[in-house]
Design a protein around this ligand. Sequence first.
Ligand SMILES: [Zn+2]
Length: 234
Amino acid sequence: MDKLTRQYVELTEVDRALAQTREQLERYPALLARLEKQVEQAGAAIAEAEAELERARRDRRQAEKEVETLRERISKYLLQQTQVKTNKEYEAITHEIEATRTRIDEWETRGLEYLELEDQAAERKRGSEAEVVRLREELGRERERIEGLMAEKREAVARLEEEKRQRLAALAPDEAEDYELLNNRNPGSAAVAVQQGHCGGCNWALVPHTQQQVRQGTEPVRCEHCRRFLYEPA
Ligand SMILES: [Zn+2]
């Protein structure tokens, strides 16, 4: 392989590493955002359970109040019963008392149901609270880990950029420009290996003459289709 092609190949390796590292760097914030969203959702579940708990508690108290009112009504009926003159009146009041007792039963049953709902909502709330605590801890650890990785990747990018700068500086200006044009179009694959007679970048079937030139390796050869620099794989 001629010297210039060798330089292009080495630059391509640097640019490939740069492209990969930059792509990794871009992915990290999304990882954190996903975890933050999970914490947020668990927080919303707490609020929901709290609202349910409040509703069930209010309904339960209402049921208890109804029972109390109905019991007072029965006391009044019993008092009235001691004052009635006729059997008919007495029996009418007995009917009222029975009907009222039935309603008390109904309200007590409802009160128990609300109490169960209250317990379930409280349980859900506790579960969501524990989940938020767990997720916050996980988020904290993950944030630390990812920030560490991002710092590493940023350092790697700076190191690679410096290496690239030096390698470009070693080329003639028009050679460097040729390379940069290609690299901007195909980041990290300006120079590619020939693979079974095809361009390793665009897969174009190279004419025999081009393949021959690449094998000779006396000067840079480009793909006839995508213009990438070609080299013979080791
Ligand atoms: Zn090509």
